[in-house]
Design a protein around this ligand. Sequence first.
Ligand code: BEZ
Length: 341
Amino acid sequence: MDLKQLNAFIAVAELKSFSAAATKTGLSQPSLSRLLKQLETDIGVMLVDRYNRPLHLTEAGTFFYDKISTILTEMDTVVSMTQRLSVPSSELNIGFVPSILYGLLPEIIAMLKQSNPEIEVNLKDISSYQQMDALKSGEIDIGFGRFAHQDPWIQQILLRHERYVVALPKAHPLANVREQRLIDLANNRLILYHQTHLPISTTVAPVANKTINNKSVNSKKPNSLHNQPLSTEAVTEPLLYLFAQYGISPFMTTTVSDLQVALGLVAAGEGITLVPASLKTVRTEQISYQSLIHENVTSPIYLHTLKDFVHPKIPDLLIAIYQVYEQRGITYRRQNFVSSL
Ligand code: BEZ
């Protein structure tokens, strides 16, 4: 069994056609068929049912495809990690979710550059889930996000929990009220903007159907679920989850594509939203940001990197983060990534 045979099998399994697989692999159709036959002979099992149309895998072939495609993806990761060891360590590629950029990231990068004047930092706006693939492919060396990830290749540090604030249109009756309670916000339209939902459960809270930027808009009627005790198990949308923790289901919700659009709608008087406190400086002419009374209404900030390859500049990046935290009086617990190299 060799790599050529495995690649031929993967192409046939994925494209379900010998001619398409031959084009994709750059082989002639007879060569592709020969490689596949050799593979089946080597392992002594028929993997592809050639006698029925459309072409499909046998049960053993399906099992083999699931396992072998995972191994081949891991092989690619190992190759890209190995290649990365030869890249100059003065280049650091950082992935981030947008809400991180509004906060301390620029200050942290400036601090890192003070101690490492030769460093070349490249910043990439990548969603939390896409960061996992980008780390494995070598596109980024480190990722800042707001979700924990369970991935055998990835290690993470929880940097801190950032308090949420409520964003209200300037003309809103609560616009000047500090220390607000979630229950007092529940009869407003809540703008939701998270792309990734908490992996608490596979069930999403009930929503209805209007769209803005291809996103659904829920026009639930007032009192339909309002203030009914709601199981947090059923809620995966992060903002709804915060409300659900207090047994609250907001009257109406609108879901948009990202944080900027959400704040745009708040500025236009279309509703309210909750954002991490570091966004308090955005659109302040139209938006009033107020603190919440609840200490546990927070958004975590995680740092992710590969388990097997910690870029040599990451310890300095962590030092820069903790220096900024100290300057700003932010409480934190000092941690380090472990490197197996
Ligand atoms: C923070 O706000 O804690 C933070 C933001 C960006 C990078 C690291 C930490």
